[in-house]
Write a protein that binds this ligand. Structure first.
Ligand code: CO8
Length: 295
């Protein structure tokens, strides 16, 4: 059963702001536009430090993202960075400089990325400017990545004497292949949005000013579909990166079977057969027929 979003349920914090339901900015404007049903916007909010991911910010991000994931009215989440200069320029180097192997072993810091990667709700990173180190790792922990034409990606950790530590070596390699990931991780070279797109790191590149709107549009498109199917589809695609092929296919088949008998499967298929738009449970009937029908 889907519910209407309750804006006061998700208040966010100073470091991690939440807009729920998100409002789509009008083209070329920062003004809030129409609310997007089912879409939450999470903004990393340390613009003067290029949204560097401090331990406090990571804790807040984990809490916020899990609260949104637990809300059945939230059907897609967009994560972005405040300002125009950065999604996030990495973990906070001032804080990292104080760490030891033991303090890191005891640290909850890594959980920020893990918690984002673990949510069942589809997630989209909207990246303008720098997405470096932990910032690139956070964008890669999302399911889809919309890059503005001004986006810059990289894993520069080697240049400060460390290596990526929040999944970068693993997710970058899965996204673009070992040979290319090796070069980027071993040199710390930064790449621009167009190269990131060629390498397969990003879903889509859009003009810089349209980044957030494009990500919110994609989120709204997903949020308009049955949430259970979207979550199952996400789980199945994710399994491809985590399981051997045979295990992934078994997992997909289980998720496929589980869709049957759900109100959304019954209604979706009945609507197709009856040549009418589907009426998803608890949601208003669409006024227009869907453009795409399942093949
Ligand atoms: N941490 C802390 N502060 C930062 C960071 C950062 N990662 N990045 C930028 N800032 C701050 C700067 O210190 C500066 O602050 P101030 O104005 O007070 O001096 C402000 O943001 C603006 O930055 P710059 O003046 O440097 O802006 P430039 O335009 O000259 O340069 C760059 C922009 C190229 C992005 C540059 O800031 C830079 O190289 N930043 C660091 C990038 C980097 O190395 N990132 C990787 C960090 S390590 C990491 O992410 C590990 C992840 C796993 C950790 C797991 C922990 C549990």
């Amino acid at each position: 059963m889907t519910e209407a979003l309750d804006p006061i349920r998700h208040s966010g914090t100073d470091l991690v702001q939440v807009e729920c339901p998100a409002r789509r900015p009008a083209a070329g404007s920062d003004d809030a536009g129409a609310p997007l049903d089912g879409v939450a916007l999470v903004t990393l909010n340390r613009p003067r430090a290029l949204n560097a991911l401090s331990f406090a910010l990571l804790t807040d991000l984990g809490r916020v993202i899990e609260a949104l994931d637990a809300d059945p009215a939230v059907r897609a989440i967009v994560i972005t960075g405040a300002g125009r200069r950065a999604f996030a320029a990495g973990a906070d180097i001032g804080e990292l400089a104080e760490q030891t192997p033991d303090s890191l072993a005891a640290s909850e810091g890594f959980r920020g990325w893990d918690r984002v990667a673990a949510v069942e709700t589809p997630t989209i990173a909207a990246v303008r400017g720098y997405a470096l180190g932990g910032g690139c790792e956070l964008a890669m922990a999302c399911d889809m990545l919309i890059a503005g034409s001004d986006a810059v990606f990289g894993q520069p950790e080697v240049k400060i004497g460390i290596i990526p530590g929040a999944g970068g070596t693993q997710r970058l390699t899965r996204a673009i292949g070992a040979a290319r990931a090796m070069e980027l991780v071993l040199t710390g070279r930064q790449i621009r949005a167009d190269e990131a797109a060629r390498l397969g790191l990003v879903t889509k590149v859009v003009p810089a000013e349209e980044t957030l709107a494009a990500a919110l549009d994609l989120a709204a498109e997903i949020a308009a579909l049955p949430a259970g199917a979207a979550r199952a589809a996400k789980a199945a695609v994710r399994a491809a990166a985590e399981l051997p092929l045979a295990g992934g296919i078994v997992h997909e088949r289980m998720l496929f079977r589980e869709r049957f008998g759900t109100p959304d499967q019954v209604e979706g298929m009945r609507a197709f057969v009856e040549k009418r738009p589907p009426r998803w449970e608890g949601r208003p009937a669409p006024s227009d027929p869907p453009e795409d029908r399942p093949g």
